[in-house]
Design a protein. Structure first.
Length: 257
């Protein structure tokens, strides 16, 4: 029996044991979300105060709520949003702990960098949305205020709508920035090759602008802020795949020798 086979054989377990282990990992994840939700709910007003800063910077000093429970549900949404962000490292770790025993040593070494890169890229995308894209979008959207045909047009954003607007930007940019991880995982799984991705570059550019058109307001500046980084991340994924291909080729040559 080869060493590679023995690596997995040692971690084999009956189906019931796997289900028990899965339940245990899920309970840890749920507990992490509940604990962070309780903490986030206590600080929900401060968190919303942070999220509303781009609106304040754009000159809008008032938000309203038109439904009696809207302000309460916004507080709950803010707490849940913060809880998911704070508990993500625990959830990712539990997922890794469940999957890792069934992987070969090489597979563990290959997947771990992707796991570590995921929160970094997501936070990078969300930060770009918060500090650059959202202020630009608000500047464009709030520019429609003023006197129009003798009627004063004033923006009175509802608190729930503003939160949905911000969360759409943060999650949209954060998930979009995970593109290199997705492409490299697809290549690693043998679903696509680097040559296929290179030949599909023109379609990827069109797709990047289509995604930007859906996730951002209808102004060119906001769309370019998402589309251009997506194109750059696509090229970075191709470069990363090229390096991994060369490394795998060197390892294969070393084995044959």
């Amino acid at each position: 029996m080869s060493d590679a086979t023995s690596e997995i054989d040692e971690s084999r377990a009956p189906l019931l044991d796997h289900l028990i282990e899965l339940r245990r990992r899920l309970l840890y994840c749920i507990a992490a979300v509940l604990v962070t939700f309780g903490v986030s709910y206590y600080f929900a007003e401060g968190i919303f105060g942070f999220l509303v800063q781009p609106l304040l910077s754009a000159g809008q000093k008032t938000v309203i709520y038109t439904e009696i429970f809207e302000a309460f549900f916004v507080k709950v949404k803010v707490a849940f949003f913060a809880a998911m962000m704070m508990s993500f490292p625990v959830i990712a770790n539990q997922l890794w702990q469940f999957v890792a025993p069934g992987l070969y040593r090489k597979e563990k070494r290959a997947l771990l960098p992707f796991l570590l890169a995921t929160p970094v890229l997501f936070i990078g995308g969300a930060a770009m949305a918060y500090y650059i894209a959202i202020p630009m979008a608000l500047h464009f959207l709030l520019s429609f205020q003023g006197n129009i045909g003798g009627v004063n047009q004033e923006a009175l954003p509802a608190i729930g709508n503003y939160l949905s607007f911000v969360m759409q930007f943060l999650f949209g940019f954060g998930i979009a920035f995970l593109l290199p991880v997705l492409l490299m995982l697809l290549e690693r799984a043998g679903i696509v090759t680097r040559l296929q991705l290179v030949s599909a570059r023109r379609y990827a550019i069109v797709g990047a602008f289509a995604i930007a058109a859906v996730l951002t307001p209808p102004d060119v500046g906001s769309q370019l802020l998402l589309a251009i980084p997506l194109c750059i991340l696509y090229e970075m994924a191709l470069i990363g795949i090229w390096f991994t291909e060369r490394r795998r080729a060197r390892e294969a040559e070393a084995v044959t020798e």
